[in-house]
Write a protein that binds this ligand. Structure first.
Ligand code: HEC
Ligand code: HEC
Ligand code: HEC
Ligand code: HEC
Ligand code: HEC
Length: 345
């Protein structure tokens, strides 16, 4: 600061002003959201959650704060994804990330941070473990909804190799979506601070004003025959078909109609009398409890695909495969005719 005025504050250069401004507009800095406020009443964030929900938890997890790597301490509430999360000098030494599937994925400095937090909290193997040894269509009290968690773009991008989805035995799955070399990493499309996508990045190779309208595939995966719409529309359509079949299966095979309420965890509720209203017991919504292995894995895959709003870019083919296989799996006991639906895997 000058010793005396007059001076104009707007002419004083703030180092990193652009990065700070961009970050300040992004979700990473927004301390008002559920992703950072969820623990306010508890007063601290448990170690298992803090890795991704607070910069200080992240640093503790990777040992960037001088502690041994691994998280065993709760951290104070109030943190966000601060500058030091991605700019700690030690981050360059983080060379691999263990995914929920157990797959150990090699990363470079640029992606270590994103992959740590956007990998989700469950994998297809979590589901396979839960249903192992159980009869496909028999309700089991041991089963409960498994949530892949939220904004899991780093996991979906790794596809069949990262194994975030429930992968049906005997099927093969697309691996990491490498896209095209200049846009193969998170920050080649997302500004690391604003997190936004610059459309120009896409226009080099695609002709579409909106990423949702981009399509290269000449195959109509949803059976509509329309290959002028974006690939995102095929994914959306097949996700809807899967949700409808989940509803039919729950009512007809599992024996209890199901209701999905995206606004309230754990999202799936019982509707025993099929009146379209969630059952209530003692003033509380009744969680869905009639899970069969076949229902659990289909619901899990539906959630994986819809938990990543960018899956149509991050790994469109993996998404389509998970949806197709889940639909096919439910079609058996429902006696639905796959061929007449016209879907393509
Ligand atoms: C410490 C964990 C952490 C790291 C590291 C991290 N994120 Fe996030 N990210 C989050 C959380 C938590 C949210 C949700 C924020 C909210 O709801 O306000 C989020 C939100 C986002 C969003 C949604 C857009 C928005 O404005 O809400 C995008 C895109 C994103 N992150 C991309 C990235 C990329 C790319 C990287 C790596 C450069 C990265 N993230 C690194 C935890 C992290
Ligand atoms: C591997 C990283 C990771 C871990 C571990 C993690 N989360 Fe998250 N969580 C995220 C990301 C990323 C988001 C951002 C979603 C978004 O953009 O709103 C999120 C979002 C949330 C939300 C907001 C959901 C919504 O509907 O907006 C809640 C609540 C939440 N997490 C709870 C937890 C709890 C509780 C734990 C510990 C038991 C936990 N998380 C552990 C990464 C993680
Ligand atoms: C989610 C991770 C993440 C967070 C949080 C983050 N940065 Fe960055 N930052 C990066 C990455 C990755 C690059 C390298 C960009 C590239 O290679 O294109 C970068 C680059 C930079 C640069 C180099 C110039 C530029 O803009 O590309 C500056 C300066 C910078 N960051 C400052 C900050 C400041 C200040 C904050 C906090 C307000 C911050 N960063 C928060 C990931 C992050
Ligand atoms: C080829 C470009 C591309 C790459 C590479 C890419 N993304 Fe995305 N991502 C997108 C587009 C396009 C969207 C759609 C939403 C939008 O337009 O903001 C998106 C959406 C997201 C969202 C959800 C944003 C929201 O609105 O809630 C997150 C989180 C995210 N990406 C994280 C990542 C992470 C982490 C990586 C690296 C593992 C990554 N992305 C790699 C293009 C890309
Ligand atoms: C350097 C050229 C290039 C850039 C830049 C690029 N893409 Fe792509 N994109 C491709 C190629 C090539 C494919 C086909 C890849 C494949 O299927 O293996 C593709 C596939 C896609 C698909 C799947 C289409 C389908 O029908 O299967 C989507 C969606 C997509 N890109 C979105 C984006 C978005 C959004 C951006 C900008 C953030 C972007 N791309 C930037 C080259 C590019």
């Amino acid at each position: 600061m000058p010793n005396s005025g007059p001076f104009s504050p707007e002419s004083i250069r703030i180092p990193n002003a652009i990065a700070i401004g961009n970050w300040a507009r992004s979700g990473h800095s927004d301390s008002s959201t559920e992703a950072f406020r969820h623990w306010d009443e508890d007063g601290e964030i448990p170690a298992t959650c803090a890795t991704c929900h607070s910069g200080s938890g992240f640093r503790a997890f990777h040992g960037l704060d001088g502690s041994a790597p691994g998280n065993d301490q709760a951290v104070a509430v109030g943190g966000v994804v601060d500058c030091e999360t991605c700019h700690s000098p030690g981050i360059a030494e983080v060379t691999e990330i263990t995914l929920p599937s157990g797959v150990v994925h090699p990363v470079n400095g640029g992606e270590a941070a994103c992959t740590t937090c956007h990998q989700g909290r469950a994998a297809g193997t979590t589901v396979a473990g839960a249903i192992s040894g159980l009869e496909e269509d028999t309700v089991s009290a041991d089963l409960g909804f498994i949530n892949p968690h939220y904004n899991i773009g780093a996991a979906t991008m790794l596809g069949g190799y990262g194994q975030v989805g429930y992968q049906y035995p005997g099927k093969t799955y697309s691996g990491r979506f490498l896209h095209a070399k200049p846009v193969a990493t998170c920050v080649s499309c997302h500004d690391p601070h604003s997190l936004e996508i610059t459309e120009l990045t896409c226009l080099t190779c695609h002709q579409a004003d909106d990423p949702m309208d981009i399509r290269i595939s000449r195959t109509s995966y949803d059976g509509s025959g329309d290959v002028s719409k974006g690939i995102s529309a095929d994914i959306e359509a097949n996700a809807e078909v899967l949700m409808e079949m989940i509803g039919e299966y729950a009512a007809e095979v599992a024996g209890t109609p199901i209701i999905y309420d995206g606004a309230h965890y754990p999202y799936f509720y019982a509707d025993s009398n099929a009146d379209g209203v969630v059952d209530q017991a003692e003033g509380r919504a009744t969680r869905y409890a009639s899970w069969t292995p076949r229902l659990l894995r289909a619901v899990y895959n539906w959630k994986v695909v819809t938990a990543d709003p960018g899956i149509f870019v991050h790994n469109p083919h993996y998404a389509l495969e998970l949806l197709y296989d889940s639909i096919e799996d439910l079609s058996g006991p429902l006696g639905a005719d796959m061929a007449s639906m016209g879907l393509v895997r």
